[in-house]
Design a protein around this ligand. Structure first.
Ligand code: AMP
Ligand code: GLY
Length: 413
């Protein structure tokens, strides 16, 4: 069976790595990356050619879409029109990620709990909204912005500066307090299979300080949510959305677990990056049957099993990221890192004349499992310390919030 993965980052490497373990599967990726090339065949994406043409050329039995851009552009509609199986939402449902205004209006209409908000079209209305909400306040650009369209302003000066950089239509909303959780469910338009909960680390520096990034690390651990919280999210957020939009593919709810219950910060219509790295690492089941079932409207009764120990992924980023950074730095000692038992997923790498080199802001996702969260964290950082490239930086506190949660529970019981 031929499975095509669309995309070229760490999320796609983790997916390809997992699918390559399914019996009888050949993995293809377009365009892929040097990590994916170790488990499958990378196909160049030639200007002017479509993903559908690539899938037809290789006779793909199933295509899984990594990033949001092709979904928002309607890749799923195009595949379905030609009878090709694909995992992802149609163009209409992809607007839940493609437009913050569309998503917020959808939450309001569907009674999905989210931060209080207003939509503004110009600076005058934006200033009025700032007066209404006070500080801190959150400003969000309407369209896709690769993780950079959201600014949390703690004071008026920061908010004013944000109005200068975030152009066009904005959502301005109430600042929510609590712990963030990424909740991702595989959907077939009616039925839903939740993946295990994960926690991302969006800010660039330790202690959640510095500007937001695409994600500096994530861990996957069943203990992030109680069963009651999972039920509340499924009933209050996931099922109403799947029903209203006949949602197919991965529905990712970015949630704030507030004192008043879970509230949606954002929807993504795809797997998270880096959440997918610890998710694929920790998943015990063969993933292919679930993906096939999702693409065929046959998810009812499907279950996914997870290893009991958590998995932790630490992102190694280029010097300067999420600001400007240089590429082309030689990457050393990935084999030594993997010799510790960790798995190194490639995010922004390429093969240069002298071997593997950096090609993006987020370069690698070093991922390890453990019997418990402390063990998984130690395993990931032991491997991280063996990798090197010029300018490399990473957070040293991935998973720490999870450890604090255990400590609170142990002290309290
Ligand atoms: P988003 O792209 O909407 O998920 O926003 C990116 C990040 O900004 C989130 O992961 C949160 O850390 C933060 N954020 C967004 N909206 C809010 C909010 N209403 N209150 C507090 N933090 C927020
Ligand atoms: N890690 C956050 C995202 O994938 O949007």
């Amino acid at each position: 069976m031929k499975i095509l993965v669309l995309g070229s980052g760490g999320r796609e490497h983790a997916l390809a790595w997992k699918l390559a373990r399914s019996p009888g599967v050949s993995v293809f990726a377009a365009p892929g990356n040097p990590g994916i090339a170790k488990v499958g065949t990378c196909l160049p994406v030639v200007a002017g050619a479509s993903y559908l043409e690539i899938a037809e050329a290789i006779g793909a039995d199933l295509t899984v879409v990594g990033p949001e851009a092709p979904l928002v552009a309607g890749v799923v509609d195009a595949f379905r029109a030609h009878g090709r199986k694909i995992v992802g939402p149609d163009r209409r449902a992809a607007q839940l990620e493609g437009s913050k205004v569309f998503a917020k209006n959808f939450f309001a209409q569907s009674n999905i709990s989210t931060a209080e908000f207003v939509t503004v079209e110009n600076e005058t209305d934006a200033r009025k909204a700032l007066d209404r909400f006070g500080f801190p306040v959150v400003l969000k650009a309407d369209g896709l912005a690769a993780g950079k369209g959201v600014i949390v302003a703690h004071d008026r000066n920061t908010a004013e500066a944000a109005l200068g950089t975030l152009k066009g239509r904005l959502v301005i909303e109430e600042f929510l307090r609590g712990e963030e959780v990424s909740f991702i469910a595989l959907c077939d338009g009616r039925d839903v299979v939740p993946l295990a909960p994960t926690q991302d680390h969006k800010a660039v520096f330790d202690g959640d300080t510095g500007p937001n990034t695409g994600g500096m690390g994530a861990y996957c651990d069943g203990a992030i949510l109680t069963e009651a919280q999972t039920r509340e999210i499924l009933d209050g957020v996931i099922y109403p959305t799947v029903e209203a939009m006949r949602f197919t593919g991965f529905l990712y709810a970015g949630l704030m677990m507030t004192a008043a219950g879970p509230k949606v910060l954002e929807f993504n219509v795809r797997l998270g990056d880096p959440e997918t790295q610890p998710l694929m690492h920790r998943m015990a089941s063969d993933f292919l049957p679930a993906l096939m079932a999702a693409a065929s409207g046959e998810l009812a009764g499907v279950k996914l099993e997870w290893r009991s120990g958590p998995s932790v992924c630490v992102v190694l980023a280029s010097g300067g990221y999420p600001g400007a950074y240089e590429t082309g730095k030689a990457i050393r000692e990935i084999d030594a890192a993997e010799a510790t038992g960790a798995t190194v997923f490639h995010a922004g790498t390429r093969m240069g004349a002298a071997g593997l080199e950096t090609a993006g802001g987020r370069v690698l996702g070093v991922t390890a499992a453990g019997d418990d969260l402390a063990g998984a964290i130690d395993g990931a950082y032991e491997a991280v310390r063996r990798v090197a490239f010029e300018g490399m930086h990473y957070r040293t506190d991935i998973g720490r919030k999870g450890l604090e949660r255990y400590n609170r529970k142990t002290v309290g019981t």
